[in-house]
Write a protein that binds this ligand. Sequence first.
Ligand code: PLP
Ligand code: COI
Length: 339
Amino acid sequence: MASQQIDFDNLGFNYIKTDYRYLSYWKEGDWDDGALVTDNQLHISEGSTALHYGQQCFEGLKAYRCKDGSINIFRPDQNALRMQRSCSRLLMPLVPVEVFVEACRKVVQANEHFIPPYGSGGALYLRPFLIGVGHNIGVKTATEFLFSIYCVPVGDYFKGGLTPHQFLVSDYDRAAPNGTGAIKTGGNYAASLAPSAEAKQRQFTDCIYLDSLTHSKIEEVGSANFFAITEENEFITPGSSSVLPGITLSSLKDIAQSSLGMEVIEGDIFIDDLGKYKEAGACGTAAVITPIGCIEYQDNFHIFHSLKSVGPVTQRLYRELTGIQSGDIEAPGEWIVKV
Ligand code: PLP
Ligand code: COI
């Protein structure tokens, strides 16, 4: 689609073909030089391990148009590092952090006119992925790999954005202790398709997963992390090794502590004890901060702040985070990479 035809003020989270994507191959122990290409179709072996055994991982990050017209990419080095952890777990070759970050910059620059304007609420979503390819049949690591980054202009992931959303606690498990919950691999998301569809069919925004060992503690949303604000004004998030370590969450922890002066806790959030929390939210690159108005669990319906309005702490966190991302508020440390 030509960028002039895009209604940037009303974007959802849908595939739009942009002009260029980065593509690099790994063969015989080394990555090639990588290049921007226009073809949005991959030609890979039918035996690719990514297709049969889920040997693949991906990332998600965003580029923002600032008020002065410049372009910010938010914490790409953190996505590079997380992808390295995913690759290590799945026996795939690592992409050096500098190569990853430079490839992101190239993709953003080449697709600059697809970046939603400042103030539209949208961003250019980058989707890096690394997959096992090459001719294969047995369950073993691939002999060849492909690393690519494409991008799509996006708006809200959960329709309605910064409004209270209703979530359903799922009976399904997303990830096992010592499994792959903490890495960003497709299998985790395949496992979440049916539970998520069930929740949406029942008019919920999405579902929340409990820890699969005891089914008593909140873990995450399946496409975003969970946080809550206690009556004592602490920022709490589940401390679990099967949750994806979110870059948005990590940033919110810093913001809560340094800008809002809050205490930050990683701990247990028991599903039977939600009365302790005055606000809750889902956070992630796609989800940004999606306020959680209520959670349904086994016929119990727990309302946090309100079903109609967003709590004041959630609002402040949102303002700080999105202000930093779009360049209105000075970013701490190395959070912003300019294109
Ligand atoms: N948890 C899951 C399962 C996710 O898919 C995501 C999104 O990437 C997150 C949490 C949030 O991570 P981040 O803030 O790095 O996007
Ligand atoms: C992200 O927020 O980047 C995600 O990957 C979540 C979802 C789109 C899978």
